[in-house]
Design a protein around this ligand. Structure first.
Ligand code: SME
Length: 159
């Protein structure tokens, strides 16, 4: 992780922790986190969440253009993150089999699982109009951000 990324993710984690204080409900926390990411990171055209209902992924709070509502586990970068239970770092979405183009401007993507109590409760999806916008440092930084969200919310009554 570069020094700039270190500074960025440290700041985002601090702001997220402050925003989440005494707020166990996932919905406002996901809404504020998508706004926080969109405000702090450059070269993004979408930042937000798909919620794991147990049978598919359902659109959650986000910043950016309107997006597809339902994603099966078998489809797209988000589906792959949930199905494989791991982060997807995609330098060129046009080379990713089954990529779902919600916004035609997207060229690269980072999707990070949000886990709570050992299960995936949501995925955090970031899109960029720039190819290779995200690197391993971003993946690690966002995994830490997603861990703070996942572990500090009560996910039992979301859907
Ligand atoms: N591109 C994603 C779909 C969600 S939108 O990018 C907001 C995918 O392939 O899963």
């Amino acid at each position: 992780m570069t020094e700039a990324q270190q500074a960025l993710y440290t700041q985002m984690k601090q702001e997220l922790a402050a925003l989440m204080e005494n707020v166990p409900e996932p919905l406002p926390n996901m809404a504020n986190l998508s706004a926080l990411i969109y405000q702090h990171m450059d070269r993004l055209n979408w930042a937000g969440f798909y919620i794991n209902t147990g049978s598919e992924l359902l659109l959650g709070p986000f910043q950016g253009k309107p997006a597809c509502i339902r994603i099966p586990y078998e489809r797209g970068v988000c589906g792959a993150a949930a199905k494989e239970n791991r982060t997807q770092l995609v330098p060129d979405v046009h080379l990713f089999p089954g990529h779902i183009a919600c916004d035609g401007a997207s060229n690269s993507e980072l999707v990070v699982p949000v886990r709570a109590g050992g299960r995936i409760v949501a995925v955090l999806d970031l899109d960029s109009p720039e190819k290779e916008r995200f690197d391993q440092g971003d993946a690690e930084g966002m995994e830490e951000v997603a861990r703070i969200l996942g572990e500090n919310c009560d996910w039992t009554s979301l859907i």
